[in-house]
Design a protein around this ligand. Structure first.
Ligand SMILES: [Mn+2]
Length: 380
């Protein structure tokens, strides 16, 4: 995963992967972490040799088990789902039994990644007490909070426990860690694992792993993208991944209503302070008039970030049930959105946050916009 929700992921994924150069932990347990010397940057010719995850140990662990339970994080994204499906494909070919069980369902817009619908949901397709196996593998997270309802299953699991991930930092999950925090996506690690195990990547696996890597790198534009990214992507193309199909499945499935709502949001965009502050709004009646639904406003604010010079963006979305507006803040500068949102009883992260304010559009805007303008003035 990149962060809590997709929007944040887009903004913060590279940052979360590149914490200060304090050394990175690779393979095995947290007790045997390998420290990366400062001179050994990712592009150094010796990097791959010296810092590679302990593939032999991981391969050995996999060979020693017969039945597997795979799980990833809540609010699963393409890297979570694609890594699970890729690893399941590897295990299938090794003749192992595999179940993929997540704490949260696959979002409908990502269902294309799992055409055989083999990903199960705890409490929906399977109950905790029905889950057993020789080996539990956590993918694309190392944090209890992100494992969600599957956490109790992991705690109570009596077999081997492994974690394959690329996130910096980890909780004591009671797993052996196989991590490469320089990797741009867990999907890349799974593709490498296939190589180490000498298992061919079939078309379905290639599609799942391509989607994992493409989305976690913001379609190959984040700072986490490397020459090695393109190398593994080239291999996935040779194994049958079709980028135009995957892109279409991900980004060309909007409803007419969503597109029309987007038109209204864009046409109402207002800029102030020489374009540093950009804001727009959605009214209750927009939903019925365009045919959009409330989730269609989810990433609308990011459209306004495309305008050159935008430092802070705010969207005011009138709520269907509460008499007021949901605010979303985005910052591309020193302005801290969590502080802005906090002024109105909300919260979030530095680059993205939200709040709810009661009142009409005029009332809400006249409360909120001066505070935002002041914050922009204070940081310059
Ligand atoms: Mn990821």
């Amino acid at each position: 995963m990149a962060l809590d929700f997709q929007v944040l992921g887009q903004l913060q994924c590279p940052g979360s992967l590149f914490k200060p150069d304090l050394g990175t932990n690779i393979g095995q347990s947290s007790r045997s972490r390998v420290r990366r010397p400062r001179w050994l940057h990712r592009n150094h010719p010796l990097y791959g040799k010296l810092m590679s995850l302990n593939w032999d140990l991981l391969a050995k662990q996999i060979h020693s088990c017969n039945s597997f339970v795979l799980c990833s994080h809540i609010r699963p994204d393409c890297d979570a789902l694609g890594s699970e499906l890729g690893l399941a494909g590897i295990l299938d070919q090794l003749g192992k039994q595999v179940r993929i069980i997540n704490g949260h369902p696959t979002p409908p817009n990502l269902a294309f990644i799992d055409p055989q619908r083999r990903i199960e949901v705890l409490g929906e397709h399977v109950q905790a007490e029905q889950i057993s196996g020789d080996c539990f593998v956590v993918l694309d997270t190392s944090a209890w909070a992100q494992i969600g309802p599957m956490g109790d299953v992991l705690r109570g699991f009596s077999g081997k426990k492994l974690c394959i991930d690329h996130h910096v930092g980890e909780d004591d999950l009671g797993t052996q860690f196989f991590k490469d925090t320089q990797a741009e996506a867990t999907g890349h690690l799974v593709a490498k694992l296939a190589k180490h195990l000498n298992v061919p990547i079939n078309k379905d696996m290639a599609k799942a792993l391509y989607a994992a890597i493409a989305t976690d790198t913001g379609w190959f534009r984040f700072g986490s993208t490397t020459a090695d990214t393109y190398r593994v992507i080239a291999e996935l193309l040779e194994c049958g991944a079709v980028p135009s199909e995957i892109y279409g499945d991900l980004y060309e499935r909007d409803t007419l209503g969503r597109v029309r709502l987007r038109g209204r949001i864009l046409s109402r965009t207002t800029a102030e302070l020489d374009g540093q502050l950009v804001y727009t709004h959605v009214l209750k009646e927009d939903f019925a008039e365009t045919g959009a639904v409330s989730s269609d406003t989810e990433d609308a604010i990011n459209l306004t970030l495309a305008i050159a010079g935008t430092q802070v963006a705010v969207i005011f979305v009138e709520q269907l049930n509460d008499p007021g507006f949901k605010l979303s803040f985005r910052s591309r500068c020193a302005v801290d959105c969590s502080q802005l949102a906090g002024r109105f009883g909300g919260g979030g992260h530095k680059a993205a946050a939200g709040a709810f304010v009661k009142g009409t559009l005029d009332e809400v805007q006249s409360q909120v916009l001066p505070v935002v303008k002041q914050a922009i003035a204070d940081q310059s």
